[in-house]
Design a protein around this ligand. Structure first.
Ligand code: SAM
Length: 274
């Protein structure tokens, strides 16, 4: 008998994978964790039956959430990641000459699961520059500061992640950043969640002098067309010189395309400008 995993991307749309092997399941304090293998997308990590990553396409999300803010900043020494317990974002940040990365993941079970079942994703978590805090990121930013870049690698705005999408949180992130600091958050798909993107953009622009969306194609996320919203205190990402960007070993991010990631299709421009 065939076993299928389905994520309800909306009430009316499901993304399904035929499961070749169930590797691990656990109800943690915060969410239902599952790991399974598939034929075409490799190994999958799901939280509360929502796909967090597949080994086939995770590089797209992790490269884009990391390299765009870090290369825009150009000289980041201290970076904070909120969420991101799988370690994919940390792995990408470690391609830059940073001095310290703080990873604040509320659910230590996600970290343990990734270390055990996704070694190629979690490989950077044992680097001596990485300090892991198993805490709520919403509270953490109120108490810590001095960051050059803050990356919000969160689940969807449900449960413990709701506050990571609030205007007060963006204000606290602003305070936690150095004067030339940059934040970025994963901000869902404009195909299905335009209202949410508009609210995030409005809230972030009320706090940051420069707020810019950029996009990537992520086949296993709802709508496949994904956005990230970046808030910058003093660096304008649009006027950055491409020749200043160092070469990085990547599979999706390309420095030739760096500026073009910020060019939005008209329907996305409409969403944020209306
Ligand atoms: N790439 C993913 C996506 O968009 O589907 C995000 C992956 S990462 C695993 C998201 C992590 O955010 C989860 O492990 C979750 O436990 C964590 N998280 C949710 N709310 C949080 C909070 N308030 N503070 C810290 N971590 C949080």
């Amino acid at each position: 008998m065939e076993l299928w995993f389905s994520e309800y991307q909306t009430k009316n749309v499901k993304l399904s994978f035929r499961v070749t092997d169930v590797i691990y399941t656990k109800q943690s304090e915060y969410q239902y964790i599952s790991v399974f293998d598939t034929e075409d997308f490799g190994r999958v990590l799901a939280l509360d039956d929502t796909v967090m990553l597949t080994t086939k396409d995770e590089f797209i999300y992790h490269e884009m959430i990391s390299h765009i803010p870090l290369l825009t900043h150009g000289n980041a020494a201290k970076v904070l990641v909120i969420g991101g317990g799988d370690g994919g974002t940390v792995r990408e940040i470690l391609k830059h000459p940073v001095k310290e990365i703080n990873l604040v993941e509320i659910d230590h079970e996600v970290i343990e699961t990734s270390k055990k079942y996704f070694p190629a994703v979690s490989c950077g978590l044992s680097d001596p520059r990485v300090k892991i805090f198993c805490e709520d990121g919403i509270e953490f930013v109120k108490k810590h500061s001095g960051y050059d870049v803050i990356i919000i690698d969160s689940t969807d705005p449900i449960g413990p992640a709701v506050g990571l999408f609030s205007s007060q949180f963006y204000k606290n992130v602003f305070e936690a950043l150095n004067d030339d600091g940059i934040m970025v958050a994963q901000t869902e798909t404009p195909i299905l969640f335009g209202d949410l993107i508009k609210r995030i953009y409005t809230d972030m622009s009320a706090t940051f002098p420069y707020t810019n969306l950029y996009s990537a194609v992520i086949p296993t996320y709802p709508g496949a067309f994904w956005t990230f919203t970046m808030g910058s205190k003093s660096i304008n990402p649009i006027s950055q010189e491409i020749s200043d960007i160092p070469f990085l070993e990547t599979k999706y991010y390309s420095r030739e395309l760096h500026k073009s990631y910020f060019v939005l299709p008209p329907f996305v421009k409409d969403i944020i400008s209306k």
